[in-house]
Design a protein around this ligand. Sequence first.
Ligand SMILES: [Zn+2]
Length: 87
Amino acid sequence: MIFKYAGIETELEDHDCPHCGKPMEAWLAPPDSGWSVVLVCFNNQCPHYKDSDQDIINKRDDCSLGCRYALNPDNGYKPFNLVAMCF
Ligand SMILES: [Zn+2]
């Protein structure tokens, strides 16, 4: 896929989430995260995401805090957990 931000076009590999099989989406991380563009599974039904909220202490019931499956293109598409709030 081609992802555009700040006038820059970045070519990213297409990846499907290994947990739910949905295509992953490019997401521009906040500047202070140290990442640039990452690939994220934004499927709320993803088993990886749904199971993750059991592990988070002090989770608010009205907030869908969880760990989404993500890949970092800057790091050879290495998987990591993106802690996501209130999406
Ligand atoms: Zn998924």
